[in-house]
Design a protein around this ligand. Structure first.
Ligand code: C2E
Ligand code: MG
Ligand code: MG
Ligand code: MG
Length: 284
């Protein structure tokens, strides 16, 4: 009987593995079609200046609404896009979309919003000629590089080859800013903070969302902020969900905050209505 059970378990196991493989293959196929049809949305999450409480920047976050499965989170499909190389076209698409949005907002509201765009290490590694195409596109659209910020992760800096530092330098030469995303979750080698020029450091939300409960987290965040400031780097706290967290971060001298306390990522029209349209009214 035990043997029988074992066999059944095994069958069950292979069956679910097959299902998983099938699910994944279908998802890859659907993702490929979505990329071909540019069937994505961009949501915008405000980044608030903790001194003035003004929204000064915004992060672009991709959304995929699957025809039968509904919303699939980037946490699920971005890794698949990276494995399949589809991330390259997705990256180009969201970049262009963001640049066009900057132009539209400038025309409509007479302000230049800086948009942050996530760029995974694989995009950096495999992009080849596409790299220059981004600068060409900015030029064509008449958008200064300073309206764009690229969010990279620690993994990229660990690879630490000349290619990476050269590219980061090219960004900065063109006025594009660079953020280090999810800080504290990777290897967090402090050496690369010295080696690479970075404008912002984003403290991962696993630190910010424990600020009230965990005194050690307060100490850690404070140390990160002091260190960043000494290196001339501004700090953005991610995943800020409560007023208490905002107050602690303000006391610590953190520069910016992003999170559900201020706003969830919003569809373009809602972001405009809430953050840009009132601005226009104020100025007549
Ligand atoms: P990320 O760049 O660290 O983006 C922040 C994530 O935290 C977003 O998840 C955002 O919705 C979520 N978030 C913001 N505030 C809060 C909060 O107060 N509480 C909680 N619990 N979550 C909050 P999202 O949109 O699901 O994106 C997940 C990740 O997928 C991003 O993490 C980024 O690494 C990646 N991603 C998203 N869009 C793109 C893209 O266009 N290109 C690439 N390469 N990666 C992307
Ligand atoms: Mg990010
Ligand atoms: Mg992050
Ligand atoms: Mg991330």
């Amino acid at each position: 009987a035990a043997k029988e059970m074992g066999r059944n378990r095994f069958n069950y196991f292979t069956h679910s593995m097959q299902q998983h493989a099938h699910y994944r293959m279908k998802l890859i196929q659907d993702l490929r079609e979505a990329v071909a049809a540019c069937d994505f949305d961009v949501y915008y999450q405000p980044i608030t200046d903790l001194n003035t409480q003004q929204v000064v920047k915004v992060e672009a976050l991709i959304r995929w609404h699957h025809s039968t499965r509904g919303a699939i989170s980037p946490g699920e499909f971005i890794p698949i896009a990276e494995d399949t190389g589809l991330i390259m076209d997705i990256g180009d698409w969201i970049f262009r979309k963001a640049v066009n949005q900057i132009v539209a907002w400038r025309e409509r509201y007479d302000i230049e919003v800086q948009i942050s765009i996530n760029k995974s290490p694989i995009q950096f590694r495999d992009e080849g000629q596409r790299f220059d195409a981004w600068f060409t596109y900015l030029e064509q659209k008449g958008v200064p590089g300073s309206c764009v910020c690229i969010e990279i992760t620690e993994g990229l800096l660990l690879e630490a080859n000349d290619n990476v530092s050269e590219k980061l330098l090219r960004y900065r030469d063109n006025g594009v800013q660079v953020s280090l995303d999810d800080f504290g979750t990777g290897y967090s080698s402090l050496a690369y903070l010295k080696r690479f020029d970075i404008d912002y450091l984003k403290i991962d939300r696993s630190f910010t969302n424990q600020l009230e409960e965990d005194e050690n987290n307060v100490t850690l965040c404070e140390a990160i902020i002091v260190m960043a400031h000494k290196l001339g780097i501004k700090v953005i706290a991610e995943g800020v969900e409560t007023k208490a967290q905002v107050e602690i971060l303000q006391q610590m001298g953190c520069d910016y905050a992003q999170g559900y306390f201020y706003s969830r990522p919003l569809p373009c029209e809602q972001f405009e209505l809430r953050y840009l349209a009132p601005n226009k009214r104020r100025h007549g």
